[in-house]
Design a protein around this ligand. Structure first.
Ligand code: NAP
Length: 248
């Protein structure tokens, strides 16, 4: 069986590890090409957009793909929509493997918003010291709120034009520990955190640290997804894939 994993996430990498060397499944992992040095993988990878729905349809046909696992980030809405459309057009099986969003716990001071523009507005008029962890591509929305000091944590450098004037850049890739997040927030005198509700364990420590320090968190909620069979853990995902291999 030929399987295409749409990646760019920890989930995709874990699935790739599990499928490496599988005797009945030839899996390829697809990256958008956003990060400069994607993690090494034990299965073949391809890098770059497919060219919209038509491009993905052509790829699925050219490579005789039997099943697509959409393991993109919960905020990668466009790729997920394209996968739904292309799989429907080609009759390819589609499974979403994604982390569940974080749930609010007692002590959390969350300000839930729908998008980055609303997050910028939610910071308010008074200058704050913001720990900004929404990724480099969403930063330009915060140009409308230049009164704040931003400690911007990203994997790769953002474009200069996207960055609000009062900032410091910090390059790091998760996972992050609670101790590290607490130290960072204390040392930098952070008084508010901005994040996406990305779910998963690797970057949850900032949520726990903000709770411990009683800091508010402006949290952008994930976009709605199409109604597609979905797994939140690797074993369940593998079970669905294996069942597809064995299907007559
Ligand atoms: P997006 O808005 O949903 O996708 C934009 C375009 O990028 C897609 O239409 C597609 O181009 C291409 N693309 C996206 N994922 C791809 C993949 N796995 N393989 C090949 N092409 C892909 O996605 P995004 O929010 O820019 O995210 C890009 C990538 O970064 C995704 O793979 C995602 O899993 C990962 N990521 C995103 C976030 C986030 O917060 N958005 C966080 C961590 C990782 P074509 O139309 O040309 O096919």
């Amino acid at each position: 069986m030929n399987l295409l994993i749409l990646g760019g996430t920890t989930e995709a990498s874990r699935l790739a590890e599990r499928l490496a060397g599988h005797t009945k499944i030839a899996a390829t992992l697809s990256y958008a090409g956003r990060t400069e040095a994607p993690a090494r993988q034990p299965i073949p990878i391809r890098i770059g957009g497919f060219g919209g729905v038509d491009g993905l349809v052509a790829y699925l046909r050219d490579h005789a793909i039997d099943m697509v696992v959409d393991a993109t980030h919960p905020f990668a809405a466009q790729m997920s929509e394209h996968a739904v459309a292309a799989c429907a057009l080609t009759g390819t099986a589609l499974l979403v493997f994604s982390r569940a969003p974080w749930q609010r716990q007692e002590g959390d001071r969350w300000i839930e918003v729908a998008d980055n523009a609303a997050a910028a507005a939610a910071l308010g008029a008074t200058p704050r010291r913001v720990l900004m962890t929404i990724g480099r591509l969403g930063l330009s929305a915060f140009l409308t709120a230049p009164q704040h000091h931003y400690l911007i944590r990203t994997i790769d450098p953002p474009d200069d034009a996207d960055v609000p004037p009062d900032h410091r850049l910090l390059y790091a890739r998760g996972p992050f520990t609670l101790a590290d997040e607490l130290r960072l927030m204390r040392e930098e005198a952070v008084d508010i955190v901005v994040t996406k509700n990305s779910g998963g364990a690797a970057t949850y420590a900032k949520i726990a640290a903000a709770r411990d320090l009683a800091l508010p968190v402006v949290i952008v909620q994930p976009p709605a997804r199409a109604d597609v069979p979905t797994c939140h853990d690797l074993d369940a995902c593998m079970a669905v894939i294996e069942a597809h291999v064995s299907a007559p």
